[in-house]
Design a protein around this ligand. Structure first.
Ligand code: ATP
Length: 347
């Protein structure tokens, strides 16, 4: 069993900057946990503490029932996959994968079995004699994963492993990592600033901001019920429409508004429809169409609210004041400058 438990974990860097301000996370055996948040929120610091590459200045990290705070990285039974792959350029793919095992004094026959098995899983078998420079970015990334797999660790740690790849390869590798993890069933912690990567990979999603956890849970739960306006605007692209409402009007608006902060109404772009009706128990807004983005299967309509719209006072979060994003299926869209009405029942 390899649960990873963080209890009130803190990190103050020498010089006094507090990068992690008391974090509690419990990753169950075989689960895929993703740490997501904006640049500087502390996700790499947290991962590096689990790896043993940074000291823990408060709290406890427990891997497989053992507190590892004082234990060297090599003795933690973890394997880490880095953003820059960290391959040895002068060594063949085979030797890159074998290196760590040789260092531990493993017999060559066992090394050969493990490397060949990893190469088979990762479809690297025909490339074992090549040097890293003779590989594509995606293949190099797979070698880096191979190096982690051959160790047969209790826990995989991934530090933004896909951020050097182009968009198409990122998606392909994302799917591969998930399939691989399901197959090996190894407890994993994965750091990314990409909310889509986080949503698609995670069993448990940890949304971080300013050295603290904003929300932990199943990705869809977090998407459906963001606990704070930060989570509401960070998870989902384009972001949730966040509108502040006057207190007396909230009661007449949607029951069970999503963003939990008082007085904030959150409506996902896909929850609006263009209609003249005001649905019972719903909210309707008049908008002027400012911009249209057609991306194929769907279209994003950027509208501005009109002056006389009294329901909604201001828009915090990522949207410019008064702007609302509406997602409609297909390519049919109103003309720029058109005055439309949109309505939503769910918020
Ligand atoms: P990114 O996505 O940009 O890598 P991150 O969420 O991984 O960001 P960290 O690298 O964990 O963030 O850094 C968290 C905070 O700690 C940042 O404000 C950073 O400047 C600070 N920090 C990181 N390393 C050190 C260090 N060695 N000494 C002092 N402060 C540090």
């Amino acid at each position: 069993m390899a649960n990873v438990t963080l209890r009130s974990v803190r990190k103050t860097y020498p010089g006094g900057f507090e990068a992690i301000k008391g974090v509690d996370v419990d990753v169950g055996d075989g689960q895929f946990c993703v740490l997501v948040g904006p640049s500087g929120c502390g996700k790499s610091t947290l991962l590096r503490m689990v790896a043993g590459l940074e000291t823990v200045t408060g709290g406890e990290i427990d891997i497989g029932g053992r507190v590892v705070n004082g234990i060297e990285p090599a003795d933690r039974d973890i394997a880490m996959v880095f953003q820059n792959y960290a391959l040895y350029p002068h060594m063949s793919v085979y030797n890159n994968m074998a290196y760590g095992l040789r260092n531990r004094g493993m017999a060559e026959a066992e090394i050969k079995t493990r490397v060949e098995e990893a190469a088979r899983i990762l479809e690297l078998a025909p490339m074992l004699e090549r040097k890293p420079r003779q590989l594509s970015g995606g293949q190099r990334q797979r070698v880096a994963m191979g190096r982690a797999i051959v160790r047969q660790p209790k826990v995989f740690l991934f530090d933004e492993p896909l951020s050097n790849l182009d968009a198409k390869l990122r998606i392909a590798m994302r799917v591969e990592i998930r399939k691989l993890q399901r197959r090996l069933n190894t407890t994993s912690i994965y750091v990314t600033h990409d909310q889509l990567e986080a949503m698609t990979l995670a069993d448990i999603l940890v949304v971080m901001n300013g050295g603290q956890v904003e929300q932990i849970g199943n990705p869809l739960e977090i998407y459906e019920k963001p606990a704070t306006t930060f989570v509401a605007s960070f998870i989902g692209a384009p972001p949730m429409n966040l509108m502040s409402t006057r207190p007396e009007e909230i009661r007449s608006q949607l029951a069970g508004s999503n963003a939990a902060d008082a007085g904030i109404l959150g409506i996902r772009p896909e929850d609006f429809v263009i209609t003249e009706e005001t649905p019972a128990g719903g909210v309707a807004l008049p908008l002027t169409v400012e911009a249209i983005e057609r991306v194929g299967a769907e279209t994003f309509v950027y509208g501005s609210r009109e002056q006389e719209d009294q329901h909604v006072a201001a828009t915090p979060g990522e949207l410019p004041p008064g702007e609302v994003i509406v997602r409609i299926p297909g390519t049919g869209a109103p003309a720029i400058g058109a005055r439309i009405r949109v309505a939503a029942v769910r918020a």
